[in-house]
Design a protein around this ligand. Structure first.
Ligand code: ADP
Length: 266
C-alpha cells in the first residue's frame, strides 16, 4: 500500500520485471517550506528594529533634537533597537554555526558548582532588579564533562527565560543531581507558564507563545533552539513541564562519560 504523498519518480521495465523508484515529495516540500519560513522570519525580525532606528533618526534630524527630553527618549529607543539587532545577529550566527557543526566543542572535566556560580554571577543584577529569589541546590559538588562555553550558554538562556517570564518577586530554583550513569539539571520558575498546545513547538526557531510579550522582554526567539542543539551536542535530553499561571520546569539529563580523554572535539 502506498502513501498518497509518495510519487513515482522513475520507472524502468526490463526483461525480468519492473523497477519503480519512489521519492517522498512531501518531506522535500516540507523542508523547502521550513527554509522559506526561516528566511521570511529572519527578514521580518531584522526589518522591525531597522525601521524603528531609521524612523527615529530621521525625526531627530528633522528637528526633534531641539527638545532635549524628546532627544533623549528617541536616542534611548535607537540604542535599545540596536542592542536587539546585535543580539539577533549574534544568536543567528551561533545557531548557524551549531547547525552546520562548525562549532568547536572541547569537553573538559569541570565542577558543576563553579559552572553554575559563574553563570549566576552574570545574572545577579537582573535577579536583584526584579526582586526575585534564586535557590541553588547541588547535592554535593561533582565533576561533569562539558564544553564550558556552550554549557554556560545553555544555563544563561534558560535562566534568562526564567527571569523574563516570571513576575517581580517570583522564585527560580536550580537543582543539580548526580546519579550513577547520568546527571540531571533542573531549572524551575514560578512564572506565567506555557499552554499545553504550545509546549511541543517552543524549541522551534522564532516560535513564541506571546509575540508582543516576548519582544518586550528583549528575546530573539532563538534561545531555546540554541539550547536544544547544544544539549544534543552533549548527548543530553531536554524536557519541559509547565502549567499556565504556576510556572515552568526544564529538566536536562546528560550521561556521565566513562572513558573521558582530557579534550574531546566533536
Ligand atoms: P525568546 O527569545 O522569545 O524568549 P526562546 O526560544 O528562548 O525565545 O523561547 C521561546 C518561547 O518559549 C518564548 O517566547 C516564551 O513564549 C516561551 N518560554 C520559554 N521559556 C519560558 C519560561 N521559563 N516560562 C514561560 N514561557 C517560556
Amino acid at each position: 500500500i502506498l502513501d498518497a504523498s509518495f510519487t513515482p519518480m522513475w520507472m524502468e521495465t526490463s526483461g525480468c520485471g519492473v523497477v519503480i523508484v519512489f521519492h517522498d515529495l512531501t518531506a522535500i516540500r516540507r523542508l523547502e517550506q521550513l527554509r522559506k519560513d526561516f528566511v521570511a522570519n529572519v527578514s521580518h525580525e531584522l526589518k522591525t528594529p531597522i525601521t524603528s532606528i531609521r524612523g527615529f533618526s530621521e525625526t531627530l534630524l528633522d528637528g526633534a533634537h531641539q527638545d532635549p527630553e524628546i532627544c533623549r527618549e528617541f536616542l534611548q529607543i535607537i540604542l535599545d533597537e540596536s542592542i536587539r539587532l546585535q543580539r539577533l545577529i549574534s544568536d543567528l550566527l551561533d545557531l548557524s554555526r551549531i547547525e552546520s557543526k562548525r562549532v568547536n566543542i572541547i569537553k573538559k572535566s569541570v565542577s558543576i558548582q563553579s559552572l553554575v556560580h559563574s553563570v549566576v554571577k552574570t545574572l545577579e543584577d537582573q535577579i536583584r532588579n526584579k526582586e526575585m529569589e534564586l535557590t541553588i541546590q547541588i547535592s554535593s559538588d561533582f565533576q561533569v564533562q562539558v564544553d564550558p562555553d556552550s554549557f554556560q550558554q545553555i544555563l544563561i538562556n534558560l535562566l534568562t527565560n526564567a527571569i523574563n517570564y516570571t513576575g517581580v518577586g517570583g522564585k527560580i530554583s536550580l537543582m543539580a543531581v548526580d546519579r550513577k550513569e547520568e546527571w540531571k539539571l533542573q531549572i524551575k520558575d514560578t512564572g506565567i507558564g506555557i499552554p499545553k498546545e504550545d509546549l511541543p513547538r517552543i524549541f522551534e526557531r522564532f516560535y513564541r507563545v506571546d509575540k508582543a510579550r516576548a519582544r518586550a522582554s528583549g528575546g530573539t526567539g532563538l534561545g531555546l533552539a540554541i539550547v536544544k542543539h547544544l544539549v544534543e551536542i552533549h548527548d543530553g535530553k531536554i524536557q519541559v513541564d509547565s502549567e499556565v499561571g504556576k510556572g515552568t520546569n526544564f529538566t536536562l539529563t546528560f550521561p556521565h562519560q566513562s572513558n573521558l580523554t582530557s579534550e574531546v572535539t566533536k
